[in-house]
Design a binder for this molecule. Structure first.
Ligand code: FAD
Length: 647
C-alpha cells in the first residue's frame, strides 16, 4: 500500500492547477525514457548516420506478405463498391459499408489471429489503410481511430491476458474510440479534469467528465477513456486509461461535431456522469495512462502517414492525367514549366512519403529498432507535405480544383474531389500531435543525450554537487563526441558507391547529419535552459532531421526496388533528394539568419493589443459564445445522439 501525505491528497472535485512546470512534468513523466534498441533517427540527430540500421532494406516475411496481399485483394474489391461521394454528401458512412468492413475483418487488422483478428503486419495494415482511405478519407479515419488509438492497440500492448480475451475478439467486430481531449485539454494533458474515483470496495471506479472531439465516439461500442484518479490512501493516482462500455448508464453523446473535412466521421462530445467502470477494465496501473497512450502511438502514428501517402499517390494520378489532357496557350498545361515543377514536386513527394511509410512499417515489423522518433517524424513530415501536395494539385486543376466533385459531375465533367482532398487533409497537421507539438516532442528526443549528460548543468534546481558531477560527465562526453563530428564518410569521394547516382545524396545526408548535431550543440551552448523556448529554432532542427530521414528512406527503398522497377525508382529518389537538399540548405541558413527575434517582439505586441487598429474596417462574423465550452461535471441536459448500428 502506498503511504500518502494527507495534505497532498487530491480531491476528485478540484480541477488541476496547472502552470508551465506542471505541464512539462506531466509530459516528461509520460515519455518513455529508456532506449533498449538502436534508433536510426536518434543517431541522425547526434551526427551519426547509421545507414546500417536501415540498409539493406528490410525484406519482410514472405508468408506475412502473402496473407497481406490476399487481404488487400479482397479489400480492394470491396472498396471499389463504395460510393465515397455519397459519404461526402450525406456526411455519413452507410451502415452497409461499416458492415462490409466488419465482414472482411477490417476492424481487426492488427489483432492477432488467436483472438480472431487478421494479424496483419504493420506494413500491410498501413497499405490497407491507404487503400481504404482512398475510397473516402472518413473511412481511413474510422479504421485508424479504432485500431491505432482505440481499444485494440493499448490492450494488445498493455492489457492483461483476461483483458485480451475479453476485448480483442470484440474489437474485431465492434468499433472503439479514444477519449483524451476535453474542452480545456488539448495539447496539454496536465489540465485533464475527467475524474475516476475508486470505489471503497476496490472493485470499480466512477467516472465524471466531458470529452471533446471523440472520433468514432458517436457510434462506438467501446471507449478508451483517459481520466484522473485522485491520489488517496492505497491509490497512487494520476492520469489513467480505462476501457469503458459506450452504452453504460451515465454516458451521453451530446453532440455530433462537423468539420471542414472528414465529413463522414462520427466525432462527438461525450459526457460521463457517474459512470461506474469495473476496476478490471483499467489498462495498466494508475498514473500510467499517458505513457500507455504515447507508447501506443509509437507505431499508431504511422496511420496518418499511410493516409497521407495515399493522398499523394492519388494526387499524382490526377495531376498526370489532367495535365496531359488540358491544353492552354498552345500546350498541354503540364508542359508549361510552372505546372511541370508542381508535378515534379508531387511525384517526388509521393515517392518519399511512401518510402518513409514503408521503411518505418518494415522497421516496426522487424522490432529490431526503436522507431518512436521515425514514426513521429513520419507523422510530422507526411502531414505537412501531403497538405502542400494537395494544394499544388488544386492549383494544377485551376478553377476545377476549387469546384466540388458533385458540381463538376453535375455539369458533365469528371467529378474529381481535389478540394475535398485539401479539406480532408488539413486536420492531419493538428490531431495526433499538432505540428508544433511534434516539433517539441521530437526536439526533446533529439537533445536527449545532451540532457542526460549535461542536463544538471543548466537545471536551476540542481545543487552544486550535481552540477559538478554533470560537468565532469559532460567534459568526457563532449571531448569524444565533438571531434567525431568533424569528419565522416560523407567527405570520402565515392562513399556509398553501391547507391550509384544516389550515393552523392547519402554523402550529403551524412555531412548534414554531423552539421545538424553541431548546430544543435551551438544552440544548446548559446541558450542553455532557454533553448526550450526557442521553438522556431528547434522546429527547424527537427524539420532538417525529417528531410534527412525522408532522403535516407527514399534512397534505400529505391535501391530495393531496382529489380522490380528498374531505374525509375532511382530517378524519383534522385529528384526527391535534389529538392530536399535545397530545403535543408535553406533551413540551415535560417537557423541563424532569420526574423525570429523581431517576430517574437511583434507577436507579443499583437497579443498586448498594440495593433488593434489594424483590425478595423471588417466585421467578425463569428456566432457569439464563450471561446471554450463549459465542461462542468454533472448530469446531461441534452438528448443522446449516439448512432446505434444494426447487428
Ligand atoms: C476532427 C478531429 C478529430 C479528433 N479526434 C480526436 C480523438 O479521437 N480523440 C481525442 O482525444 N482527441 C481528438 N481530437 C483532438 C485533437 O487531438 C486536438 O485538437 C489536438 O490535440 C490539439 O489540441 P487543441 O485543438 O485543443 O489545440 P490547443 O492545444 O489549444 O492548441 C492551439 C494551438 O497552439 C499550439 N500549441 C499548443 N501548445 C503549444 C506549445 N506548448 N508550444 C507550441 N505550440 C503550442 C497548437 O499546436 C495549436 O496550433 C480531434 C480533433 C479534431 C478536430
Amino acid at each position: 500500500m502506498t503511504t500518502v501525505d494527507p495534505a497532498r491528497t487530491e480531491t476528485a472535485a478540484a480541477p488541476p492547477v496547472v502552470d508551465a512546470a506542471k505541464s512539462r512534468k506531466v509530459a516528461e513523466e509520460a515519455r518513455e525514457s529508456g532506449w533498449d534498441r538502436p534508433s536510426f533517427a536518434k543517431e541522425l540527430f547526434l551526427g551519426r548516420f547509421r545507414l546500417d540500421l536501415i540498409h539493406p532494406y528490410p525484406a519482410g516475411d514472405p508468408e506475412v506478405a502473402r496473407r497481406g496481399e490476399e487481404f488487400l485483394d479482397k479489400l480492394r474489391v470491396f472498396c471499389e463498391t463504395i460510393d465515397g461521394h455519397r459519404i461526402e454528401r450525406e456526411s455519413k458512412i452507410p451502415d452497409e459499408v461499416i458492415d462490409g468492413f466488419r465482414q472482411l475483418g477490417a476492424f481487426g487488422m492488427k489483432i492477432p489471429t488467436e483472438y480472431g483478428g487478421l494479424g496483419l503486419s504493420h506494413v500491410y495494415y498501413n497499405r490497407a489503410l491507404m487503400l481504404a482511405g482512398s475510397a473516402n478519407a472518413s473511412i481511413g479515419a474510422l479504421l485508424s481511430a479504432h485500431q491505432s488509438i482505440g481499444v485494440p492497440q493499448p490492450i494488445k500492448l498493455f492489457g492483461t491476458d483476461e483483458q485480451k480475451r475479453e476485448f480483442l475478439p470484440r474489437c474485431t467486430r465492434q468499433i472503439s474510440a479514444f477519449l483524451l481531449t476535453e474542452p480545456d485539454v488539448g495539447s496539454d494533458p496536465a489540465r485533464l479534469s475527467t475524474t475516476a474515483v475508486p470505489g471503497e470496495d476496490g472493485e470499480s471506479y466512477t467516472l465524471n467528465g466531458v470529452k471533446l472531439w471523440t472520433t468514432n465516439g458517436v457510434l462506438a461500442d467501446l471507449l478508451v477513456v483517459m481520466a484522473r484518479v485522485p491520489r488517496s490512501e492505497g491509490h497512487r493516482g494520476g492520469i489513467t486509461a480505462f476501457v469503458v462500455e459506450a452504452g453504460a448508464p451515465g454516458i451521453t453523446v451530446e453532440n455530433r461535431n462537423a468539420f471542414m473535412g472528414l465529413r463522414g466521421i462520427e466525432n462527438g462530445v461525450t459526457r460521463m456522469h457517474d459512470v461506474v467502470v469495473p476496476a478490471r477494465n483499467r489498462i495498466g496501473r494508475e498514473g500510467e495512462g499517458l505513457k500507455i497512450a504515447l507508447t501506443t502511438l509509437n507505431t499508431g502514428r504511422l496511420s496518418l502517414p499511410a493516409l497521407c501517402a495515399g493522398a499523394a499517390k492519388w494526387s499524382l494520378k490526377i495531376a498526370r492525367e489532367w495535365a496531359n489532357e488540358r491544353e492552354q496557350w498552345g500546350r498541354k498545361v503540364g508542359e508549361h514549366e510552372a505546372v511541370g515543377s508542381k508535378i515534379a514536386y508531387i511525384a517526388a513527394g509521393a515517392f518519399a512519403l511512401e518510402s518513409v511509410l514503408e521503411l518505418s512499417g518494415q522497421l516496426a515489423d522487424e522490432d529490431r529498432n526503436d522507431i518512436r522518433i521515425e514514426a513521429a517524424l513520419a507523422k510530422l513530415y507526411s502531414s505537412e507535405m501531403a497538405w502542400l501536395i494537395a494544394d499544388e494539385l488544386v492549383q494544377i486543376r485551376g478553377g476545377r480544383g476549387y469546384e466540388t466533385a458533385e458540381s463538376l459531375a453535375a455539369r458533365g465533367e469528371r467529378g474529381v474531389p481535389a478540394e475535398q482532398l485539401l479539406r480532408d487533409l488539413r486536420i492531419n497537421r493538428i490531431f495526433e500531435g499538432s505540428t508544433e507539438i511534434m516539433h517539441l516532442l521530437i526536439a526533446r528526443e533529439a537533445v536527449d543525450t545532451h540532457l542526460s549528460v549535461a542536463g544538471d548543468i543548466i537545471d536551476p534546481k540542481a545543487d552544486t554537487g550535481r552540477k559538478a558531477k554533470a560537468a565532469a560527465r559532460a567534459g568526457g562526453f563532449y571531448a569524444r563526441w565533438l571531434p567525431s563530428l568533424a569528419v565522416g564518410k560523407g567527405q570520402v569521394p565515392g562513399g556509398y558507391g553501391e547507391f550509384g547516382p544516389l550515393a552523392e545524396h547519402l554523402r550529403y545526408v551524412e555531412r548534414a547529419s554531423r552539421k545538424l548535431a553541431r548546430q544543435t550543440f551551438y544552440g544548446m551552448s548559446r541558450w542553455q535552459g532557454r533553448l526550450e523556448h526557442r521553438q522556431v529554432f528547434l522546429g527547424r532542427i527537427v524539420d532538417i532531421g525529417a528531410e534527412l530521414f525522408a532522403m535516407s528512406a527514399s534512397c534505400v527503398r529505391a535501391l530495393s526496388l531496382r529489380d522490380s522497377r528498374g531505374e525509375s525508382a532511382v530517378e524519383l529518389a534522385d529528384a526527391f533528394c535534389e529538392q530536399a537538399r535545397r530545403r535543408v540548405d535553406e533551413l540551415f541558413a535560417r537557423l541563424w539568419h532569420n526574423s525570429d527575434d523581431r517576430d517574437r517582439t511583434l507577436a507579443s505586441k499583437v497579443l498586448d493589443g498594440s495593433y488593434t487598429w489594424l483590425e478595423e474596417g471588417v466585421l467578425d462574423a463569428s456566432i457569439d459564445g464563450p471561446w471554450i465550452a463549459d465542461a462542468s461535471h454533472g448530469e446531461t441536459s441534452r438528448p443522446d445522439v449516439r448512432r446505434r448500428l444494426p447487428g
